[in-house]
Structure formats: structure tokens, C-alpha cells
Write a new protein. Structure first.
Length: 382
């Protein structure tokens, strides 16, 4: 029951940065310090690097470079889209779900208070699956509507049929925003085939740096800035660009897609191994959402409800931490909160909510040996 180092199974919260990405960022910090808005050669060099990164990223999604706007990450990007859609595009009705990330739910709640917005929540079943028929019913309203549904749920890993939702929205003249923070870098999204209006990404979810991401904004959308100041980022995001972070973002994304099939197979096999081990060695373990289904959930995570007595449940994650195991009960953005996961509260009965539910999320830097260690620790505790 020994492992040579701490086991990091919280990759859905953030991923370790690749060495090659660090090298590219250090190179940019050393040699490309000029302000991209400056007109001299040193500034123009920095601007050229940013635009090269923008083109590279756009190519991964079959879109034009002008449709990629750099941000500080997914939360800012979500807020930019949602707030401008209501404030500037005259959206009067937002359709979302109760299991979205708080970057969406809390923003929608605030917009509802400010603008007397109509908000509808699409039905989900006990596995967290969206009711597409109900979505179609909700779309049948004579109001300017925006749908906001995440592609991959960050807690239970469920995969939305993004193409189906996109075509439903298009057929009903509704805008579609999707939080794709957990899928970009892990899934290919050909946006010339999927008519989504807005997507968001965060580099630290695919082995890049924290504090940088981007939003895809379909051309001629009419969106306006959330942050005002200079004319950076096509006038949609004021402030001097973080060149080294943008370089790191592009490097991480390019490497993720270059190695996608090979790395996906490795991580998927690791998840398969984890499911097999925990199912056979810890009876009565159940999987939250579709996370135990390799076809209906992302290959990067599982969320398990463990048969732990209520007396041990409160200190469960703390005990795992003492054993060198990093995992989580849900979104990292909720750490420090005494509240249960809002996602699981929609799916589980009162009895199961009293048991510890734990999200284990994997990356290329994890091993089967680490899985064995975690299962041994869980068995000993239970």
C-alpha cells in the first residue's frame, strides 16, 4: 500500500502543465516583453506572436481567427457572453439547467435580478441527462432566447449532444452558448459543422497555464465588451494581453490535439481500470450521473458514491488527503463551502447525499499503480 509520490486525481480542477508549454512561456517572457499595442518593432513582434497563436487556435475548430477572443479563463468568458447577450443583444429568455457550472448559474441569477429576465430550466433525469424534448418545448416561446448548456459536466462527466442542441436552437432562432471548459483540448469540436454561437475554454484544463482562456464568438454576433478600456482583442476585451500566457495556451492546445488519440486511449484505459477495480473490490459503490459509462461520459473522470458510514463521511476527503490522495467532492470553485454539490443535490436521494461522493479525474500523468493505491486506501477506510 505504498506509492512513491502523492496521487493527483483532481485533473478536472486543474492539470499539471506540460514541460514543453513551460519552455514556450519562458521563451516568450524572456524575448517578447514588448507591449502588443506599441507601434515600434518590439511591440509589433509581440502583436505578431499573439495573432499567430490566434490563427493556430482558430484552425483547430475550423473558424476564422477573428472569432477567437483571449480572456482570463472560462468564468470571464461565460460572463462576457451571458451579460452581453442580455444587455446588448436583447435576449429576454435564457434556457439552462440546474447542473451547470456556477460561472453560468450565478451569472444568470444576477442577470435575472437586474433585467427581470425570464429563466427556464430544462428537465434532467436522475442520471443528469438533458430532456431534449423538453428543451424543444421551452424553445417554442416568442422571446429572444439564449440557451446555455455545458458540453461536458465538470462533476459527473455527462456528455451533451451538442450538435443536436445546436441544430434545435438554430431551427428555433435561438442563440447557443456552451461552457466547453471540460471538453476543449479533450474532444474535437468542428464548429463549421456544429452551429454554436459561443464557446469558452480555459488553458489549465488541458495542461496549460492558469489565468488564460478564450471565448469563441461567431462572427457578426453583435456582442459587446464586459471590460472597457483600450481596443485590444477586437475591442471585446480591454487590457494589455498576457503574451506568455497566450503562448502557453496555444502550445498546450496544439499538443493536446496533436497527441489526442494516443493520450485519450491511455486515459480512457485508466478510467476503465479504475471502474473495474472499484466495482470488484468495493461492493455497493455506485456511479453518479453517467460517469461509470465509458460511452456516455468523458474519459477523464468518474464520480462515485461510496458505501461509507455516516459517522465517517464528514472527514472522508480529509483522510484521503492525509494519505496523499488529491481528489474532490465536486467543482474546485466550491472548495471551502459546507454546502453539498448542487449537481448531486439534483440527482441523488437524501440517503445517498449523506454518503461521500468523490470525483476522481485522470490525466496522462497518472498510472494504474496509483489507481491500485487509491483503491487500497478506500478499502481500508470503508
Amino acid at each position: 500500500m505504498t506509492t512513491p509520490k502523492p496521487v493527483y486525481f483532481d485533473n478536472a480542477a486543474t492539470t499539471p502543465i506540460r514541460d514543453d508549454v513551460v519552455d514556450s512561456m519562458v521563451e516568450a517572457m524572456k524575448n517578447n516583453f514588448g507591449n502588443p499595442s506599441s507601434s515600434h518593432a518590439i511591440g509589433r513582434s509581440s502583436k505578431s506572436i499573439i495573432e499567430s497563436c490566434r490563427k493556430s487556435i482558430a484552425k483547430q475548430f475550423n473558424v476564422s481567427a477573428g472569432e477567437i477572443i483571449f480572456t482570463s479563463g472560462g468564468t470571464e468568458a461565460d460572463n462576457l457572453v451571458l451579460r452581453s447577450a442580455v444587455r446588448d443583444l436583447e435576449v429576454k429568455h435564457i434556457i439552462t439547467s440546474k447542473i451547470e457550472h456556477h460561472a453560468v448559474l450565478h451569472c444568470v441569477e444576477q442577470l435575472q435580478a437586474e433585467y427581470n429576465l425570464e429563466v427556464s430550466f430544462v428537465n434532467i433525469d436522475r442520471h443528469g441527462e438533458v430532456d431534449y424534448n423538453h428543451l424543444e418545448v421551452l424553445l417554442d416561446k416568442p422571446l429572444k432566447t439564449l440557451v446555455s448548456l455545458m458540453h461536458i459536466n465538470n462533476e459527473i462527466g455527462n456528455i451533451l449532444d451538442l450538435s443536436r442542441v445546436a441544430h434545435l436552437c438554430k431551427a428555433n432562432n435561438a442563440l447557443l452558448h456552451s461552457d466547453t471548459v471540460q471538453s476543449i483540448g479533450h474532444y474535437r469540436l468542428p464548429l463549421d459543422e456544429i452551429p454554436v454561437d459561443f464557446l469558452v475554454a480555459s488553458a489549465h484544463k488541458f495542461h496549460g497555464p492558469k489565468g488564460v482562456g478564450f471565448v469563441y464568438i461567431r462572427k457578426n454576433s453583435g456582442l459587446k465588451p464586459l471590460i472597457f478600456g483600450g481596443e485590444q482583442e477586437r475591442g471585446l476585451r480591454a487590457g494589455t494581453e498576457s503574451i506568455h500566457n497566450i503562448v502557453g495556451l496555444e502550445s498546450a492546445l496544439s499538443l493536446s490535439y496533436k497527441n489526442l488519440e494516443q493520450e485519450r486511449d491511455y486515459v480512457k484505459n485508466l478510467k476503465r481500470y479504475f471502474i473495474s477495480k472499484i466495482t470488484s473490490e468495493i461492493p455497493n459503490t455506485t456511479f453518479n450521473g453517467n460517469s461509470g459509462d465509458l460511452e456516455k461520459s468523458t474519459y477523464t473522470l468518474v464520480n462515485v458514491c461510496l458505501p461509507v458510514p455516516r459517522s465517517k463521511a464528514a472527514m472522508f476527503l480529509f483522510q484521503l488527503d492525509l494519505k496523499g490522495i488529491a481528489c474532490s467532492k465536486g467543482s474546485a470553485c466550491q472548495s471551502g463551502s459546507n454546502q453539498n454539490s448542487h449537481v448531486l443535490a439534483e440527482l441523488l436521494n437524501d440517503e445517498d447525499l449523506q454518503k461521500p461522493s468523490v470525483r476522481f479525474s485522470f490525466s496522462i500523468y497518472n498510472t494504474e499503480k496509483e489507481v491500485d493505491y487509491v483503491i487500497d486506501i478506500l478499502k481500508a477506510y470503508i
